[in-house]
Ligand binder design. Structure first.
Ligand SMILES: [Zn+2]
Length: 353
């Protein structure tokens, strides 16, 4: 039977975990859901990897943790391996998603769809996997990603209640409030369990993998989440505004502004991620007299471009203090998702005395 995803309800088949990560992906060939049975003392947990095919750190960390694990966990552990096809394409880990695919991180929770009715392979897989995860009675779920630009390690929280914050701070105390309703898995399942995404820096870097391995081991070794109080101090950014490059604008990062491009962004624009920049901060350069090449929108779609950006003598500047986050350094990511988000510091939720 041709199905949109593979499922292994009794753990990884013999020999699969012994393979290298690429060989394992070749064996799978499609999105995969694995349930690793535990002792059942605690409610199940879930770790999600590779929803973006170019974000290898989550899968590699998960495999390292599972291969080295000496004991069974006190809970069933569900593992999702997402866009296997995109991860395998070309040289490997080179594509967020393929041209004929939807973004596998934007297809979750289309509730009217059943797997058979879902309109694309990605939606069929997402709808089926989500139904199984919802039925599992999860305590918590962690969706592990990488960035396409330099960022500190941080966690994304769709809600600010204690269970979610306590889950996030097992991974890191740098948190980003997400209210963009982007059909992500953490949003689709947040009514059922505490769910977060964790961003592990750039893929392919040893420090990214080390962070993810450490954090996963803390998560898998943590006692049940406290649900009535916030147990750790944290930093919280929010009020996200999505910044995109206008579709007809030709742009690149670094290099001279010439007739071949309409916009040159600073080559090191991503060094400002999670750091507040003042009014007047230079985002890039465009030809004098041209309109703004970027657009900013609030979570509810309101256009706030003119509040945040201006072109002054061919220089694109920000017009009020702001904190850029998730600034990419690739044209592909900027086109397929966005250039970056503007954020503001939020007061931290109360920490119990
Ligand atoms: Zn991602």
């Amino acid at each position: 039977m041709d199905t949109a995803y593979l499922r292994f309800p009794d753990g990884f088949p013999d020999g699969l975990l012994g393979l290298g990560d690429r060989a394992l992906l070749r064996e799978l060939g499609k999105p995969t859901l694995v349930r690793i049975p535990g002792t059942g003392e605690q409610a199940p947990r879930a770790a999600v990897t590779l929803l973006h095919g170019d974000e290898s750190t989550g899968l590699q960390a998960m495999l390292r943790v599972l291969r080295g694990g000496q004991r069974s966990y006190p809970f069933d552990l569900f593992v999702v391996i997402g866009n296997v096809e995109a991860a395998l394409h070309g040289p490997g880990y080179a594509h967020r998603y393929l041209d004929h695919q939807e973004d596998f991180n934007r297809v979750w929770g289309h509730d009217r769809e059943t797997p058979d009715e879902a309109s694309t392979d990605q939606r069929r897989a997402a709808t089926g996997i989500l139904a199984e995860l919802r039925a599992a009675g999860l305590e918590s779920l962690v969706d592990i990603h990488n960035n396409t630009g330099d960022n500190p390690f941080y966690a994304i929280v769709p809600r600010l209640d204690p269970a979610v914050l306590n889950l996030a701070t097992i991974f890191t105390t740098t948190l980003l409030r997400w209210d963009l309703q982007a059909a992500t898995l953490m949003e689709a399942i947040q009514a059922e369990c505490a769910a977060i995404a964790v961003e592990c820096g750039l893929p392919g870097r040893p420090e990214s993998l080390a962070f993810a391995v450490d954090a996963l081991r803390r998560y898998l070794g943590a006692p049940p989440l406290e649900t009535d109080r916030v147990v750790r101090d944290l930093d919280l950014l929010g009020g996200l505004r999505k910044v995109t490059v206008e579709p007809d604008i030709r742009f690149r990062f670094g290099g001279p502004l010439d007739d071949g491009v309409d916009l040159v962004l600073a080559a090191d624009a991503d060094v400002h991620n999670f750091v507040e920049v003042p009014a007047g901060h230079v985002l890039g350069h465009t030809h004098p007299g041209r309109p703004l090449p970027v657009r900013a929108r609030t979570a509810d779609g309101r256009d706030v471009t003119s509040e945040h950006f201006a072109v002054v003598d061919g220089t694109v500047v920000v017009t009020m203090p702001t904190t850029p986050v998730m600034m990419t350094r690739t044209v592909e990511a900027a086109r397929k998702d966005c250039l970056f988000y503007l954020a503001t510091e939020l007061p931290p939720p109360g920490v119990a005395a």
